[in-house]
Structure formats: structure tokens, C-alpha cells
Design a protein around this ligand. Structure first.
Ligand code: ADP
Ligand code: MG
Length: 708
């Protein structure tokens, strides 16, 4: 569909202003526009008599204009246009505001289909500013009218018009061939893509709409399956240096605790893998706080003992710094030389680390993933460890796979990836599961509250601080501009369709200022990803040393950080976060002896809806795996696939399905994976299927684009 890769500006009537509004929704090309699917349909084809309508829902009625429209002037500038129209069941008074130019449209005796709410009056019915379409028996009107997700500056009418223009361009396009192989279409009775696209935008009936949806959902799932299989199958098991000496008793002796059985099992797996000349390719999955870091330390220690170098990569600088601190505390006493490599270091500091790595004078380098995968070369590379692996995007995972081609690779994930997805994402990885927490861990009591609890919540904050505890408050945004706020409201409408979050978004910067006024006696600070790394570090250090009482932050603190005296985690606008993310955040408290709490604040709690139900899961579920499974069921895989989101509130980073829902479409997902396997066997690089390859790139580049 290369003709459709032109800018939307090429469409008649689309200028710079509207194009930039489209860009806000991620639409830049005509092809993008065509894959901007309606979020619902108005069932205007269901025409009723006035007497059959109900006041609550919008209805379609076909009426004959019975009186000449009259314009009345009210309140200075305001005008009212009124006329009567009838059907067999009664008469309806129709009103339009400030649209007197419509006067000539409604000629006496002409027939229209009106769509809107039909009210009841003393002697009949009324409609206010209904949608109107001239009605003519011979040329039937569209039965289902699409309703698109919008953003400021674009109306339904405009987008419908642009969509028509896009279609006329599409039908001029010679290459309207389908990107799915014919046999797949036949085998699973799928309609053609162009038919599906037409029906999704202007369905002729519900039955055809359903057919269209099935095809488009399959396309998403198939593209997804191809992408995942391509990425997942990349790291061929290469060879890696054998580590003969896998004795870690010296390391164990230094630990202030004894390893759990689950940790011992994971470390035994690592020893077995590393003593082989086939590269280790292992993932350690375990809930927050289960103690994965020490397993990584064991692997690193083994590598170094055998004369190899190791790299540990973390998704954020804060976490990298923390790992560096922990590891060097453990390993330097054993003669292991560690170095840190993060973006905030000066160029000369960085090049010094590079040089020491290249010459082999450093055994372990700890840093952010981006920095290590880009620029470091090793004298004796042997092991690559990636922490919080799920936070890396697909693109980054591919890079990582390349980087570690002649090394052992160990990845660790704290957000337990649901079994269903883990298989598809990491099919060729060996998995060690740490299914046991160190003894004596407490359960973090969790509450879900709305705004009316604010005074009590503030009192609770104070109480915890007086008891010597520290408080995290997580906000969904750094700073909220009005524009962004409107955007977020829109994207929410699009995403869930169920709720419109009217609560203003709390921002880390703004809310910390507010809190400083409420609690002048305490030290309040904020932290977010847009701050300079040095500032972040110093804030984090101050907090872990207990000099800050309340830390207002974005999700930068989501991964890994360890502050034992933090005992209260409050998440604002909690409905904006995925459950697994909330579980991660909750894992930031309850790390010490203090009784710890997690409070989720959301306006969605006031209404009985999907969102409330989702949040309530956190109250009775403390198992990260179960939460991840439930999250997958309720929200789709976006959260598991997105890249390092750090502060990006908009979750555009990950693969988001437009139509597919994995729980509902599980059967189709399986088919998609099966077919993807078959196709990739025939055409491992998709060279014979350029359109499909393009589609895969399109689905996954959004994410790759978030590499930082
Ligand atoms: P995660 O798996 O989330 O990365 P960490 O490795 O950061 O967890 O460990 C969390 C905390 O638990 C750390 O403070 C660590 O020292 C401690 N820890 C790890 N293993 C044990 C153990 N076997 N017994 C007691 N504490 C442990
Ligand atoms: Mg960790």
C-alpha cells in the first residue's frame, strides 16, 4: 500500500492545522488514517417510530417536515431555529441553536432521518440539535455510522470526510493486494483486507462488521506473532567460554542471610549453564523482592573467577547506580573490580571506563542498557546480565541479543510475565522461577480510596512519618499542561471506552509543591525522569538516608529501588497504571521491619465499573504472577511489551492492539502463532512477504523508537 504512505496533507481539505491535530493521535500518513478505527458505531439504521423511542438513549427517527422553520432571537446573539416534524406516531418539535442558516435546508414536506435523544413534551416529542440526513427510499443511508476517537481540532464530520478522501486514494492505488497469503485466508475463512477496512469504516450490517473485525483482529495478532517470533528466535544458541570453576562459597559466606531454596535452584541452573560451552540463555523470573540480584551476583562472580568480564544492564540510571553500590559492596571484597557507566558521567569519565573495559582492567561494568550496548568493548567478554528485562523494548532486546552473541546471557524480570506471554516472548530462553520470598516478608496492606478520603489520607501520612517511616507518592505525570491533560482524557476514552477520568491528573512537580504547604514541617521532594541524572541520584540518596520524608515521584521509582524504612506507598490517579505496575510500586514498601501500606487513589472508585474492579484486584491479590495474568486478561499485553517508559505517561511505547483483546481472542491468537511459525519456516526473514514485514516493523517500531 505504498501509495497510502503519503502524508495526510495530500488529502483534499487537510491543511497544516488539521495535520498537526492528526499527528497528535499518531496519524501522519493516509495509511495511518485508514488504520484509525472507529471506537463505536451509531446504530442509525434502527429507525423507530417516535412512540418507540426512549428518552435515555439516542434513536433514529424518519420524520416529515411539517412546519416552516422559524428563527427566534434570544439573549442578544443567540438564535433558535424551530420547526415541527412528524411520523405515524406523533409530532416532534426540533430545535437547533445558532444555526439559522439551516432554515433553507428543511423545506416543508421534505423527509429526514434524525438521530439523537427524543424527549417527551406535553403534547408530543422534542429533539435538540439532532444529526440530520436527507432521507430518500431509493438511496439508503448508512445503517451504522462510525464514531472515531478524536482529539481537539477534529470533528466526527471532518474525520469521516477525510476518511472518504482516503478511500478514493486507496481505490486509485493499484497495489491493493492482500498481505496475507491466500491459503491462510481460505483456511480460516477470513475476508480480504480491503473489504475488512471498508466495512470497519462504513459497515453495511452488523454481520459484515463482525467479519471485518475478525479479519483485522487476525491481522494484528498475526503481525504480533510474527514480530514476537522474529525477535524471540534471533539469539541462536552460540558458543561461550566455559566456566569450570563454579564455586561461589566465598560469596555465600559474605551474605548476611542464607539463600532461599528457590535462589539455590536458580543459581544451580546458572552454574550448570555457565560450565557448558553452549551459551547460557536464561531468564530468572521472580516476584518483587524475591532476591534476584544475588543470583546475578553469583553469575558475575563465576564469570570473573574464570577470567571473564561481565556487564550488568539496568533500565534506569537510578537502578544502575543502586546495583553498582550493592554489587561492589559484595564483590570488591572478593577482589572483583567494578565500574559504573551512566549517562550523567562526564565524557572523560565515560571514556576512562571504556578504556578500562577494553584493556580488561575492569571485571564488571554496571550501567544503563543503552550505554553498554552502544559503546563498550570488552577484552574478555563472558557474561551479559540484564535486569528488569521486560522494561526493555523489543528493539533493545534485539540489540542485547546481538551484544551477547558470544557471551552467556542472563536476564531477570521482576514483573512476572504471564505464562501465556512468556512462552511466546521468550520461547527459546530457559527459565528459572523464584517462587519463594525470603522469610519474614510482610504483606503490604492495600487500600483503594477516592478523593473523599483525602483528609484522612493526609492524617495517615503524618502518622507514618511520626512513627519514623517514609512515604512515596507516585503521580502519573511530571507536569501537566492543559493540552496534555485534554489528550490524556481523550486517550482514556479511546482505550477503555468505559470511563472518563474527570479527576485532574496529579503531577509530581505540582503535587509536591502542594504537599510542602500542607506539611511545612516535613521535607518533601520530587523526582522524575526529566531531571538531570545527578539531581535524581542525589534525591534518591537523600531519601534512602532518611533526609526526605515524602518523595513525590513518577514511575521512575518503579523498578528496583530499595529503601527499607519506606512504609507507605500512595499512588495518585491509580487507574492510569497497569496492575503489574501497581504491584511493582507496592513492592517499593514493606522491605524493612515497618508495617507497610499501599493506598491507591482513584476517582473511578466512586463508580461501579471495570476500572474499579481492576483496582480492587490489588486489595486481595498479592501474587505478582496472578496479578500479571489478570492484568493481561483485562488490558492486553501493552504493559509487558512496552519499552523503558520511565516518565512517558502515554503508553504509546508498547504494542497496543487496536481491536484485538487477548483474553477474548485467545483462540485466534493461537492460530496466529501457529500460522506465523509455518510462514517463518518458509520465509525466515519474510523476504518474500515485504508487506507483512513492513506491517511488523510498523507495529514494533513505535516501541523501538522509545529507546533512550
Ligand atoms: P528483586 O528480586 O526484586 O530484585 P532484590 O534482589 O533486590 O529483589 O532483593 C530484595 C531484598 O531482599 C534485598 O534487600 C536483599 O538483600 C534481600 N534478600 C535477598 N535474598 C535474601 C534471602 N535469601 N534472605 C533474606 N534477604 C534476602
Ligand atoms: Mg531487582
Amino acid at each position: 500500500m505504498s501509495m497510502l504512505d503519503v502524508s495526510v496533507k495530500k488529502l483534499y481539505g487537510v491543511g497544516a492545522v488539521r495535520a498537526s491535530a492528526y499527528a497528535k493521535m499518531g496519524i501522519t500518513t493516509v495509511a495511518d488514517l485508514i488504520s484509525h478505527y472507529p471506537r463505536g458505531y451509531e446504530n442509525r439504521g434502527d429507525v423507530r417510530l417516535l412512540s418507540e423511542t426512549d428518552e435515555q438513549t439516542k434513536s433514529s427517527v424518519v420524520l416529515v417536515v411539517a412546519t416552516e422553520p422559524r428563527v427566534a432571537r434570544i439573549k442578544g446573539r443567540m438564535t433558535l431555529l424551530k420547526f415541527k416534524a412528524y411520523d405515524d406516531s406523533g409530532t416532534c418539535e426540533i430545535t437547533y441553536f445558532n444555526q439559522d442558516y439551516l432554515k433553507s435546508s428543511f423545506a416543508l414536506g421534505s423527509v429526514f432521518r434524525f438521530y439523537g435523544r427524543v424527549g417527551r413534551t406535553r403534547n408530543g416529542y422534542s429533539m435538540s440539535s439532532p444529526v440530520y440526513e436527507p432521507f430518500d427510499e431509493k438511496t439508503p443511508l448508512a445503517p451504522l455510522v462510525p464514531v472515531y476517537p478524536l482529539t481537539e481540532g477534529i470533528s466526527q464530520k471532518q474525520i469521516a470526510k477525510d476518511m472518504r478522501a482516503a478511500w478514493s486514494l486507496a481505490s486509485c492505488s493499484a497495489e491493493s493486494s492482500d498481505f496475507l497469503p491466500e491459503d491462510i485466508l481460505k483456511k480460516h475463512s477470513l475476508c480480504t483486507r480491503s473489504f475488512a477496512l471498508r466495512q470497519i469504516h462504513s459497515p453495511e450490517s452488523f454481520a459484515l462488521l463482525a467479519k471485518a473485525k475478525k479479519r483485522l483482529i487476525f491481522d494484528e495478532l498475526f503481525t504480533f506473532a510474527l514480530g514476537m517470533s522474529l525477535v524471540g528466535s534471533k539469539p541462536q544458541r552460540g558458543s561461550a567460554p566455559r566456566c569450570e570453576d563454579t564455586d561461589i562459597s566465598a560469596l555465600e559466606a559474605m551474605l548476611p542471610y542464607s539463600l532461599t531454596n528457590a535462589q539455590k535452584r536458580a543459581i544451580a541452573d546458572i552454574k550448570r549453564d555457565m560450565s557448558d560451552s553452549v551459551a547460557m540463555n536464561r531468564m530468572i523470573i521472580g516476584d518483587v523482592g524475591c532476591g534476584k540480584t544475588v543470583c546475578a551476583a553469583a553469575a558475575i562472580y563465576i564469570a570473573v573467577k574464570n577470567g571473564l568480564q561481565a556487564a550488568l544492564m539496568a533500565p534506569t540510571e537510578i537502578l544502575a547506580a543502586q546495583h553498582f553500590g550493592d554489587l561492589s559492596a559484595m564483590l570488591e571484597k572478593l577482589g572483583v573490580r567494578c565500574a559504573l557507566l551512566v549517562g550523567s558521567m562526564t565524557a572523560s569519565q565515560k571514556s576512562k571506563v571504556h578504556a578500562l573495559c577494553a584493556s580488561g582492567e575492569i571485571d564488571v561494568v554496571v550501567g544503563t542498557q543503552a550505554l553498554i550496548s552502544e559503546g563498550v568493548s570488552f577484552a574478555r567478554a563472558g557474561l551479559v546480565v540484564a535486569d528488569e528485562q521486560h522494561r526493555f523494548g523489543v528493539g533493545q532486546r534485539a540489540l542485547l541479543a546481538e551484544k551477547s552473541s558470544l557471551s552467556h546471557m542472563l536476564v531477570m524480570s521482576a514483573t512476572p510475565i504471564p505464562r501465556t506471554l512468556a512462552l511466546t516472548m521468550y520461547g527459546n530462553l530457559d527459565v528459572s522461577r523464584i517462587d519463594e520470598l525470603p522469610p519474614g516478608r510482610q504483606r503490604v496492606d492495600t487500600f483503594v480510596v477516592d478523593e473523599s478520603y483525602r483528609p484522612r489520607l493526609n492524617a495517615f501520612i503524618e502518622k507514618q512519618i511520626l512513627l519514623g517511616g517514609q512515604v512515596y507518592i507516585v503521580c502519573p505525570a511530571v507536569e501537566v499542561s492543559e493540552d496534555e491533560e485534554a489528550d490524556l482524557l481523550m486517550s482514556d476514552l479511546d482505550g477503555e471506552g468505559a470511563i472518563r477520568v474527570t479527576a485532574p491528573l496529579k503531577s509530581a512537580v505540582g503535587y509536591s509543591a502542594e504537599l510542602s504547604e500542607i506539611f511545612p514541617q516535613y521535607k518533601v521532594a520530587f523526582l522524575h525522569g526529566k531531571m538531570r541524572a545527578k539531581e535524581k541520584d542525589s534525591i534518591m540518596r537523600e531519601f534512602s538516608e532518611g533526609n526526605i520524608n515524602i518523595l513525590v515521584s513518577t514511575t521512575v521509582i518503579e523498578v528496583g529501588v530499595n529503601v527499607p524504612s519506606a512504609c507507605l506507598m500512595i499512588v495518585e490517579n491509580a487507574d492510569r497504571f497497569g496492575l503489574s505496575q501497581l504491584h511493582q510500586l507496592r513492592g517499593r514498601v514493606g522491605r524493612g521491619v515497618k508495617k507497610s501500606y499501599c493506598v491507591l487513589v482513584s476517582e473511578a472508585v466512586a463508580s461501579e465499573g471495570k476500572t474499579k474492579q481492576r483496582l480492587m484486584t490489588m486489595k486481595d491479590c498479592y501474587d505478582g504472577f496472578e496479578i500479571a495474568e489478570r492484568d493481561l486478561l483485562m488490558r492486553g499485553p501493552g504493559d509487558f511489551l512496552k519499552g523503558n517508559s520511565d516518565d512517558t505517561v502515554r503508553q504509546s511505547g508498547g504494542v497496543r492492539f487496536r481491536l484485538a483483546e487477548l483474553c477474548v481472542d485467545a483462540e485466534l491468537l493461537n492460530i496466529a502463532f501457529d500460522e506465523a511459525k509455518v510462514l517463518l519456516n518458509k520465509s525466515p526473514e519474510l523476504l518474500e512477504y515485504p508487506d507483512l514485514a513492513k506491517e511488523v516493523t510498523r507495529m514494533f517500531t513505535l516501541e523501538a523508537g522509545t529507546i533512550n
